[in-house]
Design a protein around this ligand. Structure first.
Ligand SMILES: *Cc1c(COP(=O)(O)O)cnc(C)c1O
Length: 485
C-alpha cells in the first residue's frame, strides 16, 4: 500500500461533496465510479488525487467526470461526411429531410394509428401508410415494405420460389458490401440458383434453354456497384419478361437503388426507374429506401397484387417488417416525390448529387483560408478538382466532378504516409468528427456535401495537432518531423 489511506474519505462523505455530479449523472453512476476511483486511490494509482498527507477532491471530481463522460457520451454521433461518397454505407447512407425528422419525432413521442383504421375503428395494415404513395409513384398494383432491400430479395425469393429454381445471368451474381451475395441469399431463401450465360455475355436463348419443370422464376439483378464493359451482351427486360410469361413464370428484378424519378432531368446519368422496370413487364421489383431514394433504411417491394399478397402472407414478413419511425420517415420522403419540380431543393441526397460546381467551389473558397491557417506548418492546403461518387453501389462508373480541399503534409518522403494518417485522425477527434478521404498521400475533403462552411470553420479552432518538434536550424536534417495527432 503506497498511499496513506487515512486521508481517503468514505464514499458517503464524497457523495455529499459531489452533489453537482449526482445532479448531472445520477446517484447510481456517481456511487459506482467513486468506489472504483477510491479503490484506485488506495492502491496508489491516483497520485494526483491522493498523496501521503492529503486528498485532493477537485482532482478526484475531475477523474470522476471524465470517466462518466467516457461512458455516457453518445456512441453514434453526427459526423461531417466529406469523403466524396454521398451515400456512404458506413456513414449511414441518406441524410433525410427535415419533414422526415419531424414525422419521426411525432411518431415516437405519441401513439399512432400504425395498424389501426381510423375510419372504421378496426385493425388496419401498417403498409397502408406508404402503399398509396408507392403504387402512385411506380404504377405498381401493390407494394409492401420490409427492413432493407436484402430482406426484400430474401422474402421475394422465399415466397415465390421455395425449393425451386431461379434463373440468373452469371454477369449478375453480385456481392454488395456487407456480405449480401445473390448466391447466398438464394440458398438462404431455400431456392436453387441456376446460372446462365457467361460473366460478360448472356443471351435470351441461355435463359430459354435453362427453363425446366422446376423453374419458379427468372431474375435480373441490377449491376449497381460494378460495370462490365467491352464485349458484352445482356438481355433487355422486355425480352426476359416475355420469355418468363410465355412459361407462366414471374419475372423478378432487384433494382438495388431503384429511382422513382428520372435522374436525367437534372443532368445525371440515367438510372432505371421502378416505373420503367414495371412497364417493361417485371412482376416484382425490389429496391432500397436509403440509396438514391434518399429515405430511411427500408426494402421496397412493388408489383403484381397477387404476388405482393403472397409475400405479405409469408411468416417472414412479420420478422422483417419496419417500425412506425421508419414508416413515418418513409411516408414523409415519398410525399416529396409528388412534386418533382421541387424535389431537388427538398431532398438532401438529390440536392447534393445535383449540386452545381460553382456552389461547391464557393464553399471551398470560404473554408480555404481558415483551413490553411489551421494547418500552417503541418500541411499545405489547396483547392483541387476531384470526383464524388454516389455510393452504396449506385451508378458505379459515373463519378461526379466536384471541388475539394487537399491537405498535403509539408514533409514529403517516407514519413508523409504516417503524417497524413495522423492528420486524418486529428479531424476525426473533433467534437463533430470530420471524415475525409486519403488519396495518394493527401487528405482530401470533398465539399459537395458541406452545406454550411461556417460549421467546418467553427470546428477548425478546436483541431488538436501534436506540437511540432522544433528543428534546430544548425544541426541539419535528421531531426524529428513535425507531427500531428
Ligand atoms: C444495395 C443493394 C442491395 C442491398 O440493399 P440494402 O438496402 O443495402 O439491403 C441488394 N441488391 C442490389 C442490386 C443492391 O444494389
Amino acid at each position: 500500500m503506497t498511499s496513506n489511506t487515512r486521508s481517503i474519505p468514505s464514499v458517503d462523505r464524497l457523495l455529499g461533496e459531489c452533489s453537482a455530479e449526482v445532479e448531472r449523472y445520477g446517484r447510481a453512476l456517481v456511487t459506482e465510479f467513486s468506489r472504483e476511483l477510491l479503490e484506485a486511490a488506495r492502491r496508489g494509482d491516483l497520485p494526483d488525487v491522493c498523496s501521503d498527507t492529503a486528498f485532493d477532491s477537485v482532482a478526484f471530481r475531475r477523474h470522476l467526470e471524465s470517466r462518466i463522460d467516457a461512458l455516457c457520451g453518445n456512441s453514434q454521433r453526427a459526423v461531417l461526411n466529406l469523403t466524396g461518397t454521398v451515400l456512404h454505407t458506413n456513414l449511414g447512407r441518406a441524410v433525410l429531410p427535415e419533414e422526415a425528422a419531424q414525422a419521426v419525432a411525432e411518431a415516437v413521442t405519441c401513439a399512432t394509428n400504425l395498424e389501426y383504421d381510423l375510419a372504421r375503428g378496426q385493425r388496419g395494415e401498417r403498409d397502408d401508410h406508404i402503399m398509396r404513395w408507392l403504387t402512385r409513384l411506380t404504377g405498381a398494383e401493390a407494394a409492401t415494405v420490409v427492413n432493407n432491400n436484402a430482406a426484400a430479395v430474401l422474402i421475394v425469393l422465399g415466397t415465390l420460389a421455395p425449393r425451386k429454381e431461379v434463373i440468373v445471368s452469371r454477369g449478375e451474381l453480385v456481392e454488395i458490401g456487407g456480405a449480401f451475395r445473390i448466391p447466398d441469399i438464394m440458398s438462404r431463401a431455400g431456392c436453387r440458383l441456376v446460372e446462365v450465360g457467361t460473366t460478360n455475355r448472356t443471351h435470351l436463348k441461355d435463359y430459354a434453354e435453362a427453363i425446366g419443370p422446376r423453374t419458379a422464376a427468372l431474375m435480373k439483378v441490377h449491376a449497381s456497384n460494378y460495370a462490365i464493359q467491352g464485349f458484352t451482351a445482356h438481355v433487355a427486360e422486355e425480352k426476359l419478361a416475355e420469355l418468363a410469361h410465355q412459361h407462366g413464370l414471374p419475372f423478378i428484378v432487384d433494382l438495388g437503388s431503384g429511382m422513382l424519378v428520372d435522374l436525367e432531368r437534372w443532368g445525371l446519368p440515367h438510372e432505371p426507374t421502378v416505373k420503367e422496370t414495371l412497364a417493361h413487364g417485371a412482376d416484382v421489383v425490389t429496391f432500397s429506401g436509403d440509396k438514391l431514394l434518399g429515405g430511411p433504411q427500408a426494402g421496397m417491394i412493388a408489383g403484381r397484387r397477387d404476388l405482393i399478397a403472397r409475400i405479405n402472407r409469408n411468416p417472414l414478413k412479420r420478422a422483417l417488417r419496419v417500425d412506425k419511425m421508419r414508416l413515418a420517415a418513409l411516408e414523409a420522403v415519398l410525399k416529396l416525390y409528388a412534386d418533382p419540380d421541387r424535389l431537388r431543393s427538398r431532398l438532401p441526397t438529390l440536392a447534393w448529387l445535383t449540386r452545381p460546381r460553382a456552389d461547391i467551389e464557393a464553399v471551398a473558397q470560404q473554408v480555404l483560408p481558415a483551413l490553411t491557417r489551421a494547418l500552417e506548418g503541418r500541411a499545405e492546403v489547396s483547392l483541387v478538382e476531384c470526383r464524388s461518387q454516389i455510393g452504396s453501389g449506385s451508378l458505379p462508373v459515373d463519378l461526379l466532378p466536384s471541388i475539394g480541399l487537399a491537405c498535403r503534409p509539408v514533409e514529403a518522403g517516407r514519413k508523409s504516409g504516417r503524417l497524413v494518417e495522423q492528420l486524418a485522425a486529428a479531424f476525426r477527434k473533433l467534437p463533430m468528427p470530420v471524415i475525409g478521404r486519403i488519396q495518394d498521400g493527401v487528405l482530401i475533403f470533398d465539399l459537395r456535401t458541406l452545406n454550411d462552411a461556417q460549421r467546418l470553420i467553427g470546428l477548425l479552432s478546436q483541431l488538436k495537432l501534436r506540437p511540432t518538434a522544433a528543428r534546430p536550424a544548425a544541426t541539419g536534417s535528421d531531426q524529428p518531423m513535425p507531427v500531428v495527432s
